[in-house]
Design a protein around this ligand. Sequence first.
Ligand SMILES: *Cc1c(COP(=O)(O)O)cnc(C)c1O
Length: 469
Amino acid sequence: MHSGSPLLPLSHELDPFASPEAFDPGLQDFLHQASDLLCHWLAEASGRSPLPLVRRQPDIAPGLIGADSRQLLSDLQLVMEGAFQPSHPGALAHLDPPPLTASIAAELICAGLNNNLLAEELSPGLSDLERQLCRWFALRLGLPDSGGGVLASGGTLSNLMGLLVARDRLPEQDRQQGVVICSADAHVSLLKSTRVMGLPADGLQQLPVDDAGCMPPALLEQALRGLEQAGRPCIAVVATAGTTVRGAVDPLVAMAAVCRRHNVWLHVDAAIGGVFALAGTTAPLMDGIGLADSITLNPQKLLGITKASSLLLLSDLSLLKGTFATGLPYMDTAVGDHHGGEAGLQGTRPAEILKLWLGLRQLGESGIQQLLQAALDRRNSVCRRLNAEQFDVLSGNLHLLAVRPSDLQGADSDLWCETTRRTLLQQGFMLSRPHYERGHCLKAVFGNPHTSEEHLARLSDLINSSVER
Ligand SMILES: *Cc1c(COP(=O)(O)O)cnc(C)c1O
């Protein structure tokens, strides 16, 4: 047991299910103490490492008789001590920020409500909340009045669902030979999607990116003409608004124009960048996103909504039905347009909308804008501090960057990555080491609100001094 955790003797028995007739003090004690553990875990974040130094194994199987609340809390504590700590100010490796406080509470309430977005009769208010908030997102991003969306448990699923809807627009005989076009820097979930869709091996065409990591519209034009000449249908063009390694944004306006000319579906994978469209000052980074036919956006990334939180938005919401509606013979008719279980691939699903809604309510317009801008500022600060003569800094316009020494090649460069990453972790900075083009690089994501200017200065110094001149 960790010394800082406040495990008081519990005064009440914990029943497996709370009484439906009277206030349950056992549940109250248990929730209080579990949240105390969590609050302490969060409070101790910066004193520890982003990654646990040791990880003890909890008992896996249930015991012969059930554990009491004291045992359960100590089980929880054990798992918490072995967890990744996104609230550490040096946790900069991935798109996994600290959890927004309102969304922690909403997640708890969501579990307590245990509603089911499958069907309206199992989640009357929450189904409506999802419809309305998705619509708010759609309009805010500039989609037309017919727009709306649905939540999915992660961007991979949103991308897959977007592509499935896109494919259904093709004549039936064309669907299995269809091709999806994206850039070489697009997310791996597109490869997973085209595989799951049963497309042929060349069903995903990845076009080379320019020096800034963006898809050149001229190459897209050429690729679409090539497909037309070969008699291959195009299912969709995927523009990435925020690539996973360097945060580059494909030219959305130009790509939308090409797609319109060729009458091809434009899906924007804005899992990373889409949130920037929510605030006035950062919205220009997402110029043209409203021209898309479908959009993936992950509030679980920069906004800190607890996982999973992803949206699929469509310019024509009614298309979801065509692809996913089966009728739900064991359910009452939906009051709204469709049941939650007929708007996507998932059947039973939790009310993930609750933590998104409450999180946005907590931030407000000004908080959203401040959070987005601060992430960009942190990236800019490191960009300014890194020695431009010694490093190639790969970065688009968003809050992430990748870096490697300009005069190291091949194995030397990879060795630098590995050694520097280890040194940085010892100093409390967790970066990642993606493979990109000719080899590995170090990647940092500046979505952590606890990373101060001092941290950034120290990080930059450590990187600068990692190469000998
Ligand atoms: C993270 C990411 C995804 C996938 O989202 P998951 O929630 O991890 O499934 C898709 N596209 C891009 C560009 C991403 O960065």
